[in-house]
Design a protein around this ligand. Structure first.
Ligand code: HEM
Length: 269
């Protein structure tokens, strides 16, 4: 499976530009994710614990092939699993809509994502609370300007603190709470023009990974939450310490047990 996927990627990359290739691979991910779900099913039979960060890294690595895309996607996914699973209300809503839309006899398909209203609100909340690159990529000013009363000289290096912006109590209600309702039915999106929510940055730099990263976080979360119940030790799940690396990662990595929740035929198909 992994070899086949890599081979497909080589073919794609040898004959297309990078941007075209990313788009093609975006639409060729179901086999990788469904393959992982089947491996998890086998792991669950032997009661083997699963490391969520490694799992996402494996899937992202197979699909995305870039450091910029792998660590950002896997850390967002790990934070997403942690936040959703430690909020029983949000978890129940997501499971309920997955069961209604997908049922319990098959895996989630990528086309199902657009029929799930609550999951995208939860994913926006994850992007908002845990932006993978907290200070974006540094910028330099082309000309002198004023920002919030501060004079910025031409040629200054400017860092945009997306992490801090989300935690500003003068703008957001309960900024430290994971509340997907904040974005339910809201038109704010992550494409870089709503400056309230810019986890992918803004401008040309954000265009590269946005379609694939955005899509994969939704798909991983939907697939893993739909196909398994997850058991994580409370002290690991509830611990929201952050570890700073290339991205902001969850300090205590999620390692837990998956328990199948679909009919056997879904995994053995
Ligand atoms: C959840 C997933 C992802 C998040 C949150 C994310 C976030 C970001 C952010 C914040 C930047 C800096 C943009 C700016 O400063 O305006 C960036 C740059 C970049 N991303 Fe992503 N990204 C993700 C997925 C991906 C994927 C899947 C790829 C590749 C397939 C990718 C490739 C890149 C590249 C190459 C840059 C550098 C662009 C430049 O500096 O010109 N990203 N990403």
């Amino acid at each position: 499976m992994a070899w086949k996927t890599l081979k497909q990627q080589e073919d794609v990359f040898s004959s297309h530009t990078i941007t075209e290739a990313i788009w093609i691979i975006t639409y060729d991910t179901a086999s990788v994710v469904h393959g992982l779900l089947k491996q998890l099913y086998l792991a669950s039979m032997t009661k083997n614990s699963v490391n969520i960060a490694e799992l996402a890294f494996m899937a992202s690595g197979n699909i995305e092939m870039f450091v910029a895309g792998t660590e950002t996607t896997s850390s967002t996914f790990e934070w997403g699993m942690a936040e959703i699973l430690r909020k029983p209300d949000a978890y129940k809503k997501i499971v309920m809509e997955l069961d209604q839309v997908v049922g319990k006899d098959q895996f989630v398909e990528e086309s199902d994502i657009s029929n799930l209203p609550y999951l995208p609100a939860a994913v926006k909340e994850v992007f908002w609370l845990h932006p993978a690159i907290p200070l974006l990529v540094p910028r330099s000013t082309n000309e002198a300007c004023e920002v919030s009363g501060y004079h910025i000289r031409k040629g200054c290096i400017v860092l945009v603190n997306v992490w801090g912006m989300a935690r500003d109590p003068s703008v957001w209600e309960d900024p430290y709470e994971f509340k997907p309702e904040r974005f339910l039915g809201s038109n704010i999106d992550v494409k870089g023009h709503d400056f309230n929510l810019i986890p992918f940055g803004s401008g040309n730099r954000s265009r590269i990974g946005l379609p694939l990263g955005h899509h994969m976080v939704h798909f991983y979360l939907a697939a893993l939450i739909h196909a398994f119940e997850w058991e994580f030790p409370d002290d690991i799940l509830d611990n929201v310490e952050e570890r700073m690396g290339l991205t902001i990662q969850k300090g205590k990595t999620l390692v837990g047990l998956p328990k199948p929740r679909l009919s056997d035929s879904a995994y053995l198909h």
